[in-house]
Design a protein around this ligand. Structure first.
Ligand code: G4P
Length: 528
């Protein structure tokens, strides 16, 4: 039996971020293979379909062939208990991904070696940086023609603004890919393609091994020796503190598809990252090893099981231990409760959990009481986590119900969907609730809203797209927005909590507002 602190110490909770198609799913699959969570490569690929079985909550998902939801996968490896937070790759769901990152203690950034740093990676990366969590880079697809590794490192440094430390170094790429040089052991691991099995044939060579001439070819070997010399002068020195604070990213080169370099990556990743991190509350920090249970809701997913019309709230445990049927306190609801049907998702199965520890994610049945960012804690230990930032929506529409008799359902539907974090709703100043302004991060969410209101709440809506592109929360507490001097295309609105905001059509009108209203302070993120 492991002690309570051993259980927490062995936990690693991370998210994998990437631009779609960089290889996130493939890498996840290979990691699960090592953890024995799946037996055969290919089962997660089937994930595109199998995942629907888990999260088959919306036709849209099937129609568009994308995964709307993010799930959590847990597996054990070498004594570690690993939670991978899977993030939807589609940019229309990036807000969900941003929130998922709030629940992670570190991130793996997968980059396609032939493409370098892509748009979606930049966005996700910014969220990781905001939290100062370790970011470990996996440059994937080295079995295909890749960019020069020095250029790739420079791109990561310049575009993302983080220092890099290559842990290994690729020798050639594409048809010429010969393997990687491990800078720590100073050995070359020769490339062997392996499409499925867990055991990978390992052939290692020391740098002075005469066989290398033949393995690499004289030409590539000479190039490679030059590169290693350059390497020691390039990049930054290894500094574990800088890694832990998210200032330096260790970089691994490999090929997820052929299962090359994945296991060494996993092993070192576990060393480079830490057990669950301390979390901030409004009144100080919470130590994960504390015996008091605490967790926060980072995701709410509706209708995971259509037959039951249920909602599942996913919470990240930040401290202590969770036991089935224990009494907890819901801070925002100000009441004691028992969490019902706590479950964990292991690979593709949902299982009821009897106990879980800091670092784990559990999903609980939500009768409609939780909102994103809510705190749940043991009854005797009332803490409140700092809210999860609300990311600035980029698309806006005015929405009202077709049939005015459906007012109640319309309000309930829009409010519940907003509580889940799928949309944000606002009102024009002095307007009633029968018409709202909806803001979304990705336009597909408008379709989701329309579909769900029709199917779950039986309300048809009229949606009118609005030309705004930027939203800012007004920081100044006492300010009456009506007194502001604004450009004619700027709109004053408020959120459900009564905070005032401004909608702008261009960055120019933001500058105009700031120039014409001395002391006005605007913020891009809100908090739940
Ligand atoms: P994602 O989750 O980040 O969106 O990417 P995913 O793993 O689905 O990979 C995208 C495509 O890249 C897949 O091919 C996958 O097989 C391929 N891929 C992933 N890792 C590697 C690698 O290391 N080397 C090579 N050569 N290819 C890789 P696809 O054709 O889109 O899908 P499929 O037909 O293979 O299922």
């Amino acid at each position: 039996m492991r002690s309570y602190t051993e259980e927490i110490s062995r936990r690693r909770t991370f998210a994998i971020i990437s631009h779609p198609d960089a290889g996130k799913t493939t890498l996840t699959e290979k990691l699960l293979l090592y953890g024995g969570a799946i037996n055969l490569a290919g089962s997660v690929k089937g994930k595109r379909t199998a995942r629907h079985a888990v999260s088959d909550w919306m036709e849209i998902e099937k129609q568009r062939g994308i995964s709307v939801t993010s799930s959590v996968l847990q597996f054990k490896y070498n004594g570690y208990c690993i939670n991978i937070l899977d993030t939807p790759g589609h940019e229309d769901f990036s807000e969900d991904t941003y929130r998922t990152l709030m629940a992670a203690d570190s991130a793996v950034m997968v980059i396609d070696g032939s493409k370098g740093v892509e748009k979606q990676t930049i966005k996700l990366f910014k969220v990781c940086v905001m939290r100062n969590i370790p970011i470990i880079t996996f440059v994937n697809k080295m079995d295909r023609d890749a960019k020069n590794p020095f250029d790739l490192l420079e791109e990561i440094e310049n575009v993302l603004g983080i220092s890099t430390y290559p842990v290994n170094w690729p020798i050639g790429s594409g048809k010429e890919f010969k393997g990687v040089f491990d800078r720590n052991t100073e050995k070359i691991l020769a490339f062997t393609a392996n499409n499925g099995q867990k055991e990978v044939e390992k052939t290692e060579y020391a740098l002075d091994d005469p066989a290398l001439d033949e393995v690499l070819g004289q030409y590539l070997r000479a190039d490679f020796m030059d590169e290693i010399e350059l390497l020691d002068g390039a990049g930054d020195a290894f500094d574990l503190d800088a890694v832990r604070e998210g200032r330096l990213t260790p970089v691994f080169f490999g090929s997820a598809l052929t299962n090359f370099g994945v296991e060494p990556f996993l092993e070192q990743f576990l060393q480079l990252t830490t057990s669950p991190l301390t979390r901030e509350t409004v009144s100080g920090k919470v130590d994960p090893m504390s015996e008091d249970f605490s967790a926060f809701v980072f995701k709410i997913q509706a209708n995971m099981n259509k037959a039951h019309r249920d909602r599942v709230a996913f919470m990240r445990i930040c401290s202590g231990r969770f036991e089935k049927n224990m009494e907890v306190f819901h801070v925002q609801g100000n009441r004691k409760m028992r969490l019902s049907q706590p479950q964990q998702i292991m690979a593709q199965e949902r299982e009821i959990v009897d106990e879980a520890y800091a670092g784990d994610i559990i999903g609980v049945f939500d009768p409609g009481i939780f909102s994103i960012g809510d705190t749940i804690c043991s009854a005797g230990n009332k803490v409140q986590f700092q809210g999860i930032p609300t990311f600035a929506p980029e698309h806006f529409a005015r929405v009202r119900q077709k049939d005015t008799m459906k007012r109640k359902q319309f309000i309930k539907g829009t409010n519940q969907i907003a509580q889940e974090g799928a949309i944000q709703i606002f009102q024009e100043l002095d307007a009633g609730m029968e018409e709202v302004i909806v803001g979304v991060v990705g336009v597909l969410q408008f379709d989701v809203l329309k579909y769900r209101l029709e199917n779950e709440y039986n309300v048809e809506i009229i949606m009118e797209n609005l030309p705004y592109e930027y939203i800012r929360w007004i920081v100044n507490d006492e300010l009456d927005p009506k007194t502001l001097d604004l450009a004619s295309d700027t709109k004053r609105i408020q959120d459900l909590k009564g905070n005032y905001l401004l909608l702008f059509t261009s960055l120019w009108s933001i500058d105009w507002a700031l120039d014409h209203n001395k002391g006005l302070q605007l913020r891009e993120f809100g908090t739940n």
